[in-house]
Design a protein around this ligand. Structure first.
Ligand SMILES: O=C(O)CCC(=O)C(=O)O
Ligand SMILES: [Fe+2]
Length: 292
């Protein structure tokens, strides 16, 4: 059993805010799955132990990232959201990437929020998983030597709700190394399961993996409420099969690095080109008149 995570998780004494109380965490004592397994009861400040329960070259599952009380808190916060039908990748943009057509097979409702500002304990918890699990399995992001934190951007978090017959059936990656969209900056994906297994049937998160004889196989990841599937965004091909009964809810949290993506690199290059040269570097002729 690999226990990971440290005390940098939820904040105990953050004030209640207008965000449905999301920025505070219950103060009473609770047990994580991992600590429960060891017979150790902890309070919130030390409740950050979670364990990697499934491991593959292209993904891991961290079990018990959110415990019962965190899930309850999150549910209260998410009640205020109004998920809307998810936009397709090829809707509303002007990119002509061929991959967009393949991305199109999706039917779910989504809502987006800034976890850092709206639900800081959640942000801290998921950033901790990105740091201690993802960036250890696949070191892709730089680490700030003074704080130990990842040097990256965090995109808005996606809250997805799938009812009966809803799905994200298109096999897809969350980012493409050769893509030209802003979201191609994604390096690490965390899919956070927030529904209990018993609340729905179907709706498997599947990974496309190399199988025997060079064939590819679809493997369903086992996820219960509070578990997180972690994978490199530019590598794992995955999908969500149709929900048969009940409601399936997830969060998707991405850690991104602009330098890993054409879109931002091109943008930065253009910005460098239009930035005026500092005066000291400006060319002047013998009379002091600027020349080009
Ligand atoms: O809801 C899920 O399990 C994953 C959704 C997903 O793959 C995505 O939004 O990119
Ligand atoms: Fe995805």
């Amino acid at each position: 059993m690999v226990l990971v995570g440290s005390g940098a998780g939820p904040r105990l004494h953050a004030p209640m805010t207008a965000t449905g109380g999301c920025n505070s965490v219950p103060r009473r004592r609770f047990r994580t799955k991992a600590s429960a397994g060891l017979g150790v009861s902890t309070d919130a400040s030390s409740a950050s132990a979670f364990r990697v329960s499934q491991r593959h070259t292209d993904y891991v599952v961290a079990e018990g990232v959110l415990d019962t009380e965190m899930l309850e808190k999150l549910e209260q916060f998410l009640k205020r959201k109004r998920p809307q039908p998810a936009k397709m990748k090829n809707e509303g943009g002007n990119s002509d990437d061929e991959r967009k057509a393949r991305y199109n097979d999706r039917d779910s409702k989504v809502s987006w929020f800034n976890a850092r500002t709206e639900c800081s304990w959640l942000h801290d918890r998921l950033a901790e998983v990105a740091r201690t699990v993802a960036n250890v399995e696949w070191p892709m992001l730089q680490v700030d030597p003074t704080t130990g934190q990842l040097k990256c951007d965090y995109e808005d978090t996606q809250y997805a709700v799938y009812g009966p017959q809803q799905h994200f059936k298109a096999w897809h990656q969350d980012a493409y190394a050769d893509g030209h969209d802003p979201e191609d900056a994604r390096q690490i994906t965390l899919v956070v399961m927030i529904s209990n297994k018993k609340d729905y049937t179907g709706g498997f998160l599947q990974a496309k993996l190399p199988g025997p004889d060079g064939k590819q196989i679809a493997r369903s990841l086992r996820l219960d409420a509070g578990d997180v599937a972690v994978f490199p965004a530019k590598r794992l091909v995955h999908r969500v099969t149709s929900v048969k009964t009940g409601i399936r809810k997830t969060l998707v949290f991405w850690a991104s690095d602009k330098v890993s993506c054409h879109y931002h690199r091109d943008l930065m290059k253009k910005q460098e080109e239009v930035v005026p040269r500092p005066l000291s570097q400006t060319c002047v002729d013998r009379l002091g008149i600027p020349c080009s």
